[in-house]
Design a protein around this ligand. Structure first.
Ligand code: ADP
Ligand code: ZN
Ligand code: ZN
Length: 734
């Protein structure tokens, strides 16, 4: 029989796999997709078997034996294997790291998939010896004899303990390669069933049409863009589509931006069906995460809801994928393996042959372009469901206005009116902390971060300056460091200052602040929700955390204090982001019977983007924005990759990028280069960052170029002096 080698993807920053031989101690025939413990340099790493063959490029004398086979089955089933391999190639990221990122932490560390390990059996080596071989160790000998009776089936540790066999003896035998611990598979095949826990709503005609369009595609691949204004009842469309999927005995995968922020949505999925529904998100402990993942993997969970990385959860009976708030930036991983979960969802649907639903009130221009080109089916929900009406949007001109900590008198009056009617008010300001600037009134000095090109934000309780871009923080000085003046002033307003001001203005009404500082504690958001749901007069002040799909029925006034910054962002997506943010925040108003009002304070009341949004809404904005993108060949009509470099010296990063361009000149399918340039914030956390943007009109051409180019770049001498990374389809240029 020819000798077989394992081709193993190990979590190392190398764009290749490694070959190992199969030791006699393996109890099972290794399978592709199983984890295996392998020696790697001086360490042992958990890798994934991506192939088994009698071929190897490694000199045979250099090949080491794998240490231990962790899984008897493919932990990564063939279809997921294909998705991950594709993703590693598409995002130009080492395959071993991709597998690693796709697995829950405990599995990545080599933990068994099954909880009830506690079973023992002899290995092949263990079976081959005789009792006399162990006569110098009587306890081990007894353990061996107890196990020998059960052959390769093994027996539980509890059972062995009845016979006085200690764990220590079993472990001692394991060390000699004679025994191994294993888990019992509790995978009784269960067939998923549609079981309701509550009566579904009666879908309106638009919802009915969308549900029909989606469920018609079950069993085949099709991407459908569910384009529905805020409050139009997209969730109900998801739920009724899931019902059909369950009736087909299949699982549904639902991706959401941030579960911690949208407990209501998750609760609605749980409430509808008497079917196991699991969640995967960052709020779980590693153990909880593994448990949920296992339920998905075994096919027990009918509905799997989770954030970005849930796209990697294997689901043997997957029949439907839903991406809620598909425009949300949180679906893009911003470091390491920089995948886009929405885009992978579409790819997964294609491999799995199941429909993919992308839902949003403010679809990304990428998805809208795909719908226009009829690659996606465009479904509309134009009207708010139930009895809610669209809100009225008005601008408040900030020019020549007297402000009280950022609030115009018109806005203060509007707030007072709503509170008098026992309604709730939501104030949006995209800055946390007390004040964004600490300024010397005498000489103009401003408090800055020592490690970044950025100002520090003043925080209260405790009083400190914090940099929002790195971990830097310091006590605010008493005197100006430049002129010794004591006239230091906090300029501008963050959420904390607005909260204080509003509390002074409306002392009888509770003011709740919602930002990353106030919701850090696990249950704080939950308690806040309970308070808001009581529906009594209240003011909510918060950052973009408020823009995420919340349903506060008694909020009738939404105010945006200062969105002008976004109107002039350097990133070509700035206007798209601002339009989405304004529309989403505005969408929190008037979601029940009472009519909503949205007030936008601005210094730019004639700004074309604001005019457009006011007159035509987000869809009109998008209609106008798409041809602009097309004219300059930017996404979705062009394809980008961003090469980032950072170093302790500004020139070093730029030199590396220039050297990278020089290498590209020799290759086919060369893209356009924009740069190299220093990053928008050049110095961050003490290092200097530079960018090189690549633009191509063809996605496959860019892919081919990148694959060749990155191999050359890795070998550049300059590459050793910088930290560099490639970002395919970058979403943020920062
Ligand atoms: P979206 O996700 O599109 O913002 P939701 O799904 O949260 O909207 O629905 C908004 C509100 O309308 C919810 O309170 C929901 O219960 C209600 N709703 C949705 N569909 C219907 C329907 N067919 N009949 C009655 N109420 C509905
Ligand atoms: Zn000064
Ligand atoms: Zn900083």
């Amino acid at each position: 029989m020819p000798r077989l080698y394992l081709h193993v993807a190990v979590p190392a920053p190398l764009r290749q796999h490694f070959d190992y031989s199969i030791p006699a101690s393996f109890h099972h025939a290794p399978m592709v997709g199983a984890r295996v413990l392998v020696p790697f340099g001086r360490r042992e790493l958990v890798g994934v078997i991506i192939g088994i063959s009698n071929q190897t490029d490694t000199p045979v004398e250099k090949i080491k034996a794998a240490r231990q086979l962790i899984d008897e089955h493919a932990l990564i089933p063939p279809l997921m294997m294909e998705l991950l391999t594709w993703a590693a190639h598409y995002y130009q990221y080492p395959i071993g790291e991709v597998f690693s990122a796709a697995l829950p932490t405990l599995l990545r560390q080599g933990e068994a998939l099954y909880e009830n390990m506690n079973h023992w059996r002899l290995t092949h080596t263990g079976i081959a010896i005789t009792a006399t071989d162990l006569k110098s160790a009587p306890k081990q000998q007894a353990a061996w004899q107890a196990l020998e009776v059960h052959g390769t089936h093994g027996i539980s540790e509890d059972f062995l303990q009845h016979f006085g066999i200690e764990r220590a003896s079993l472990l001692a035998l394991a060390k000699k390669g004679l025994t191994e611990e294993f888990g019992q598979i509790v995978n009784k095949p269960t067939k998923l069933q549609l079981k309701y826990a509550e009566v579904p709503l009666l879908a309106n005609a638009n919802q009915e049409a969308a549900i029909h369009a989606i469920t018609k595609q079950l069993g085949t691949f099709k991407t459908l863009l569910l384009d529905g204004v805020t409050g139009s009842g997209k969730t109900e469309v998801y739920l009724q589509s899931i019902a059909s999927c369950l009736a087909n005995h299949q699982q549904t995968l639902v991706l959401v931006p941030e579960i911690g922020l949208t407990p209501q949505t998750v609760a609605r999925f749980r409430a509808r069906f008497a079917v196991e529904t699991v969640m995967l998100h960052s709020g779980l402990t590693d153990r909880e995460r593994l448990r949920a993942w296992r339920r998905a993997y075994l096919g027990h969970a009918g509905i799997v809801i989770g954030t970005r990385s849930t796209i990697f959860a294997p689901m043997p009976h997957l029949g439907l994928i839903i991406v809620d708030e598909e425009h949300d930036l949180s679906f893009k991983q911003q470091d390491g393996f920089r995948y886009h979960a929405r885009d992978l969802a579409v790819r997964r649907g294609q491999l799995q042959q199941c429909p993919v639903v992308l839902g949003s009130a403010t679809p990304s221009l990428e998805s809208l372009a795909n719908a226009k080109a009829e690659r996606y089916q465009h479904l509309y929900l134009h009207e708010r469901a139930a009895t809610a009406h669209p809100s009225t949007i008005k601008l408040i001109d900030l020019r020549n206005q007297k402000l009280k900590d950022g609030l115009t008198s018109a806005l203060r009056d509007a707030i007072a009116q709503r509170l008098k009617k026992q309604e709730q008010v939501l104030i949006f300001i995209n800055r946390r902390g007390f004040a964004p600037v600490l300024l010397c009134h005498d000489c103009g000095w401003q408090a800055k971060c020592l490690q970044c090109d950025a100002r520090t934000t003043l925080h209260r309780n405790p009083l400190r300056l914090h940099c929002h871009h790195c971990g830097y923080s310091a006590s605010p000085p008493r005197h100006c460091p430049d002129c010794q003046s004591t006239e230091l002033r906090a300029i501008g307003a963050g959420t904390v200052r607005i909260e204080e001001t509003l509390q002074e203005l409306f002392p009888k009404v509770p003011v709740h602040r919602i930002d990353r500082d106030s919701t850090r504690r696990k249950d704080s958001w939950h308690n806040l929700y309970a308070d808001i749901e009581l529906g009594e007069a209240a003011i909510l002040v918060g950052t973009q955390m408020l823009a995420k799909g919340h349903h506060f029925p008694n909020v009738t006034l939404v105010a945006l204090l200062d969105t002008d910054g976004g109107l002039f962002g350097a990133d070509f997506r700035a206007s798209e982001r601002v339009a989405q943010l304004i529309t989403q925040v505005a969408g929190r108003a008037g979601r029940a019977e009472k009519e909503g009002l949205v007030l936008i304070q601005t210094h730019q009341p004639e700004h074309p983007l604001l005019m457009q949004l006011l007159q035509t809404g987000y869809s009109g904005f998008a209609e106008a924005a798409l041809p602009e993108r097309q004219a300059i060949g930017l996404p979705p009509y062009g394809y980008l990759a961003l090469l980032r470099a950072e170093s302790n010296y500004p020139e070093t990063a730029l030199e590396f990028l220039q050297a990278a361009i020089n290498l590209g000149h020799g290759l086919a399918h060369e893209p356009e280069y924009w740069g190299p340039v220093p990053a928008p914030m050049e110095k961050k956390a003490g290092v200097f960052r530079a960018h090189l943007l690549l633009k191509s009109s063809q996605r496959p051409a860019l892919q081919r170029f990148l694959t060749e180019w990155l191999v050359l770049i890795s070998a550049l001498p300059e590459a050793k002096k910088v930290r560099w990374s490639i970002d395919v389809d970058p979403q943020e240029m920062g």
